[in-house]
Design a protein around this ligand. Sequence first.
Ligand code: 13P
Length: 251
Amino acid sequence: MKKKLIIANWKLNGNKVSILNFLNLLNKHDIEEKCKIIMSFPVIYLYLAKTIIYKKNIFLGAQNIDVNLSGPFTGEISVNMLKDIGIDYVILGHSERRKYHKESDTLIAKKFELVKKANLIPILCVGENKEEKKLGQTQEVCARQLNSVISICGPQIFNDTIIAYEPIWAIGSGETATPSSVQKIHRFIKEYIKKYGFVNSDKISVQYGGSVDENNVAQLLYEADIDGVLVGGASLNYNKFKKIIDIVNAF
Ligand code: 13P
């Protein structure tokens, strides 16, 4: 059985105390072998987090990297810097970065390639907005976002990577996509990558994100192609997050 992933995206939240408290509790919590947790804190706290975590199935992820490796790029962080402090995962192409930082499909694809070359694991976010959903363009949007990675990085780049399907309208809205509709698009994503990226579906993990909480996670994970969840708001509250872990543990 493929490991079920729970990725927590803290976005622009948290401080030293809240992160230490959270990790001290998480370290003590039972996490089954089949379950893997990736905590994605703001980058400034990742090194501190790294020194605190001692459970072997808790990993750390960054929320972004720069498209350059070094040089005169004030304020940026490179993938090699993340590697230097022992970070394993990088979220790329989150819709908030696409929207507020105008990140294009091409820029995201270049970052994807850098992460793979550094032997870290990219978590590529894809997904449609409300208007595109209304127009029935979900598959088309996801295919376009996957295509840019395939065309810049070449087929097979998706080996051992994570895709997060995050419909934009479901993020932070309390409105989750129905498990059956998520299943359908996850199947589509896996088939698409298999066909155009020449990757065996077992070599990619497809997560769902968008208003996931302790009340809806079980229904989502019953679906065959939902390999885990990417949790925003509910991951900030330890009790809610613990309940999500317990539900995943029980699968
Ligand atoms: P919410 O769980 O708050 O909807 O956020 C989802 C998300 O954007 C995770 O990356």
